[in-house]
Design a protein around this ligand. Structure first.
Ligand code: AMP
Length: 205
């Protein structure tokens, strides 16, 4: 197992399309996508951690940092042991973590961040509409209520946005998040493919 996982972060406000882009990239050989929110949602809601997740996410707030990073580290380790994620072959695409500077610090032990794709959305109301549409489709309680979505935005601006200053400017790529998933993907790939090719050599994957 390498010392630290070679990683790219998908970064952006709620509704910016991190999950959509991450899922597409995760289908391509040489990339492994992991969404922190999906990991939380997969936990048994009757377990202690499941209840903690529900308590915070239903208010649009972040689960405490230490609990989150511990859960994330256990999950990625399990995926590695099961060879679902192969650190020597795959660039790790993280979406939804780190979501605070404290998480970024804790995660330095596990990940080497090669690039941060910042999905920039200038139109907040458009993002809120996107989230409401998704909530209906995916039955997500946290995004069904407008007040919870607005709270998620406040939390993003206060706690998550500062994470951008934690990493060197030279590794941050800004991509316009407004547009069709295919258009956004075109720009995400332009940023990501060179990084993946530089660090991995799985041409026959
Ligand atoms: P997401 O699917 O990424 O929008 O996450 C849904 C909810 O899960 C968030 O509103 C938080 O309550 C929780 N969550 C996901 N990722 C994190 C994280 N890195 N730190 C703390 N809470 C998180």
């Amino acid at each position: 197992m390498p010392d630290r996982y070679q990683t790219m972060l998908l970064f952006g406000a709620p509704g910016a399309g991190k999950g959509t882009q991450g899922k597409i990239l995760g289908q391509i050989p040489g990339f492994f996508h992991l969404s922190c929110g999906d990991v939380f949602r997969s936990i048994d809601i009757n377990s202690e951690l499941g209840r903690t997740f529900r308590e915070y996410s239903s208010r649009g707030e972040l689960v405490p940092d230490e609990v989150t990073v511990k859960m994330w580290a256990q999950n990625i380790r399990a995926q590695t042991i099961l060879s679902i994620y192969k650190p020597h072959d795959d660039l790790l695409i993280l979406d939804g973590i780190p979501r605070s500077v404290a998480q970024a610090e804790l995660m330095d032990e596990y990940i080497n961040v090669l690039e941060v794709i910042h999905l920039v959305c200038s139109d907040k109301e458009k993002m809120i509409e996107r989230l409401q549409r998704r909530a209906l489709k995916e039955n997500r309680a946290d995004d069904a209520k407008e007040e919870v979505i607005r709270r998620r935005w406040e939390v993003y601006e206060r706690e998550t946005h500062p994470v951008l200053d934690y990493y060197p400017k030279s590794i941050i790529r800004e991509v316009d998040a407004i547009g069709s998933p295919a258009k956004v993907l075109e720009h995400v790939l332009m940023a990501v493919v060179p990084v993946q090719e530089t660090h991995f050599h799985n041409t026959l994957a």
